[in-house]
Design a protein around this ligand. Structure first.
Ligand SMILES: Cc1ncc(COP(=O)(O)O)c(C=O)c1O
Length: 380
C-alpha cells in the first residue's frame, strides 16, 4: 500500500497507540474524580497540556482540549461571536476555509452576523490590503487558515497578525490543522488569539484536538456541563487520547526537523514529473506552499474515476478534502483560485507524511501514467 492521503488523516504512530492503550487500561480514572485514580489521570492530563504547550511555545493554561479541528474551529468562531455580539456583528474570513469554518460562518450569518469572505489570488493566497479594507468598526473576528487543506498554499499569517495588532477589539483565529508539524508558526509573533489543531493529522488519534486561547482572551463556552477545561469546554476529557496526542506531536516535530528536507524533495519530484505528463495541470503554487500537498487535475477524467484507478494499484489519494470528497461538487478553493469548473472536478490531492519515500513517489508517477493511458484507451 502507498498511502498518499495524509491530509485526510494519518496513520497513528505505534508508540502513540501504545501510550493510548497503557493510559486506557492503567489510568482510566476520571480526571475530575477526587480519589487517587482520578488524581493520576489528572496528573497525566496536566503533563500532556504542559508538553503540548512547550512544543507550541505557549503557556499550559492557553491549551484547551477538544475533540478535534472541527470542534476547535466551532468553539473559536461561535464562542467569539456569542461573547462579543454586543460590540459588533461583523466577521472576516476567506473563500478557501475548511467547511468547519465556512459552515460556522453561514450559521452565524443566519443569526444576523455579517460575514466578509476575502478572495484569493491564483496562488490561493489572500491579500493583506483586502483584509484591511474589509475591517469596520463592527468587526470582532478575523479567521484565516494557515495551510490550505486542498492545495497546500500558505496564508501570510504573520502579516495579518501584524495588521490586526492595531485593532485591539478584533480577535485573530487561525486554523493550523494542516500546517502543524510541517510549517512552523509562532503564535506570539503572529499575534494569534485563537488557534486550532487536530491530533489525527499528525499521527495521533481521531477525536483529539486542542484550541489555543491566548491568555486574557475570553470567549463564550459552547458546551454547558461539568466545567472542565476551565469552564471553556465541558465534558470528561479523553485522557488517553490527549496523552497520545502529546506524544504524536513530540514525535512529529522531531521528524519535521529530521525529514522535512526529504519531504520537499519528494514533493518537488512529484510536481516535476506530473508537469511532464500531457493533460495534467498542477494547481498547488510553487510558492508559498506547504511541503506535503500537491493538487493537480487530470483533464478529461472525473477525479473519482482516477482515485479508484490508483486504488486498484494500492495507491491512496483524495479528490478534494476528505469531508467534501463525497459531495462530488467542484472544490470551492480551486474555483476561488480561478480554476475552471471542469478542471476543479478532475482534481486530485496527494498529501505526504514523513513516512513516504522517494521509491513510493516513483511508483505513484508510474501508476498515474499507466492509469491515464489505460483510461484514455477505454474512452477512445
Ligand atoms: C484545514 C482543516 N481544518 C479543520 C479540519 C477538521 O479537523 P477534524 O477532522 O479534526 O475535525 C480539517 C480536516 O480535514 C482541515 O483540513
Amino acid at each position: 500500500m502507498i498511502y498518499l492521503d495524509n491530509s485526510a488523516t494519518t496513520k497513528p504512530y505505534r508508540e502513540v497507540l501504545e501510550s493510548f492503550n497503557k493510559v486506557s487500561t492503567e489510568y482510566f480514572g476520571n480526571p475530575s474524580s477526587l480519589h487517587g485514580l482520578g488524581g493520576d489521570a489528572e496528573k497525566l492530563l496536566s503533563q500532556s497540556r504542559e508538553q503540548i504547550a512547550k512544543l507550541l511555545k505557549v503557556q499550559a493554561n492557553e491549551i484547551f482540549f477538544t475533540s478535534g479541528g472541527t470542534e476547535s474551529n466551532n468553539i473559536a468562531i461561535k464562542g467569539t461571536a456569542l461573547m462579543y455580539k454586543g460590540r459588533g456583528r461583523h466577521i472576516i474570513t476567506t473563500k478557501i476555509e475548511h467547511p468547519s469554518v465556512n459552515e460556522s460562518m453561514e450559521q452565524l450569518k443566519s443569526l444576523g452576523f455579517r460575514i466578509t469572505y476575502i478572495p484569493v489570488d491564483k496562488n490561493g493566497v489572500v491579500r493583506i490590503t483586502d483584509i484591511e479594507e474589509a475591517i469596520s468598526e463592527e468587526t470582532i473576528l478575523v479567521s484565516v487558515m494557515h495551510v490550505n487543506n486542498e492545495t497546500g498554499s500558505i496564508q501570510p499569517i504573520k502579516e495579518i497578525g501584524q495588521l490586526l495588532k492595531k485593532y485591539s477589539k478584533i480577535l485573530f483565529h487561525v486554523d493550523y490543522v494542516q500546517g502543524i508539524g510541517k510549517v512552523p508558526l509562532h503564535f506570539q509573533e503572529c499575534h494569534i488569539d485563537l488557534c486550532t489543531i487536530s491530533g489525527h493529522k499528525f499521527h495521533g488519534l481521531k477525536g483529539t484536538g486542542a484550541l489555543f486561547i491566548r491568555q486574557g482572551v475570553r470567549i463564550s463556552p459552547l458546551f454547558s456541563g461539568g466545567g472542565q477545561e476551565w469552564k471553556q469546554r465541558s465534558g470528561t476529557e479523553n485522557v488517553a487520547g490527549i496523552v497520545a496526542m502529546a506524544k504524536a506531536l513530540r514525535l512529529t516535530l522531531q521528524r519535521q526537523e529530521q525529514c522535512v528536507a526529504d519531504m520537499i524533495k519528494i514533493r518537488d519530484f512529484i510536481r516535476m514529473e506530473l508537469e511532464k505528463i500531457d493533460g495534467i495541470k498542477v494547481h498547488t503554487p510553487v510558492f508559498p506552499c506547504a511541503p506535503h500537498i500537491i493538487n493537480f487535475s487530470i483533464l478529461g477524467f472525473k477525479a473519482e474515476v482516477f482515485v479508484h484507478a490508483l486504488e486498484e494499484k494500492g495507491i491512496y489519494v483524495s479528490t478534494t478534502s476528505a469531508c467534501s470528497s463525497k459531495t462530488k461538487k467542484a472544490s470551492s478553493t480551486l474555483l476561488a483560485m480561478g480554476v475552471s469548473k471542469d478542471e476543479a472536478l478532475s482534481s486530485i490531492r496527494v498529501s505526504l507524511s514523513y513516512e513516504n519515500t522517494m521509491e513510493e513517489a516513483v511508483q505513484f508517477i508510474d501508476a498515474v501514467n499507466e492509469a491515464g493511458n489505460r483510461l484514455r484507451k477505454v474512452m477512445n
